[in-house]
Ligand binder design. Structure first.
Ligand code: NVA
Length: 182
């Protein structure tokens, strides 16, 4: 099920007689994680333990939350980098810190771009505003997240083999109808 509210997919799972896969909700995006980790593995010769993934921008959205979980489970360090009001909730961070400790890696949130990206292996970002959020937050969010833009300067301070990733869709210019509207 690819939908909106997490409660819907959980309701389906509780009542269906067959396994239910979460194909994307406002809270989680586990299927994206399968593709992303495969990409990271392919880029780092299947040696991903100890690598650092930095999520830039809206660091509490469905994709960022899922990345923090999957990194913790697979021994990759996770850094969520964005303004403080875009950080994950403490409870989720605590849970992931526990999982990460068992797998020899770390999780953290910061608003310090340089600190987050220096020597990083994967620099990842997503849309300004995620599904389920009101259209009214667009202007404010673009304003708040502009300082967390990934550009060539930022990629220069990352590790020598760093890769840039985005779960798509990406609205970073005026060349699409949606991008123009935004
Ligand atoms: N954070 C994005 C993910 C899209 C695949 C959204 O919810 O729109």
């Amino acid at each position: 099920y690819r939908g909106y509210d997490q409660k819907v997919v959980e309701g389906l799972a509780a009542n269906a007689g067959v396994p239910v896969w979460n194909g994307l909700t406002t809270e989680w995006h586990p299927t994206q994680m399968l593709a992303d980790i495969l990409t990271v593995q392919e880029n780092f010769n299947y040696d991903i333990k100890g690598k650092t993934l930095v999520f830039m921008g809206d660091a509490a959205n469905n994709v960022a939350r899922s990345l923090m979980v999957v990194c913790s489970k697979l021994g990759m360090n996770f850094v969520g980098c964005g303004p403080k009001d875009c950080w994950m909730d403490d409870e989720l961070i605590k849970t992931c810190e526990g999982i990460a400790a068992e797998n020899g890696c770390t999780v953290k949130c910061t608003d310090d771009v340089k600190d987050a990206c220096t020597g990083a292996d994967v620099i990842y970002t997503d849309v300004w505003v995620s599904m389920g959020e009101p259209v009214e937050v667009w202007a404010e969010r673009i304003n708040d997240l502009a300082a967390y833009q990934i550009n060539q300067e930022l990629m220069k301070i990352a590790g020598p083999k760093a890769v840039f990733m985005h779960c798509l869709p990406a609205y970073h210019d005026h060349k699409t109808t949606v991008g123009k509207e935004m």
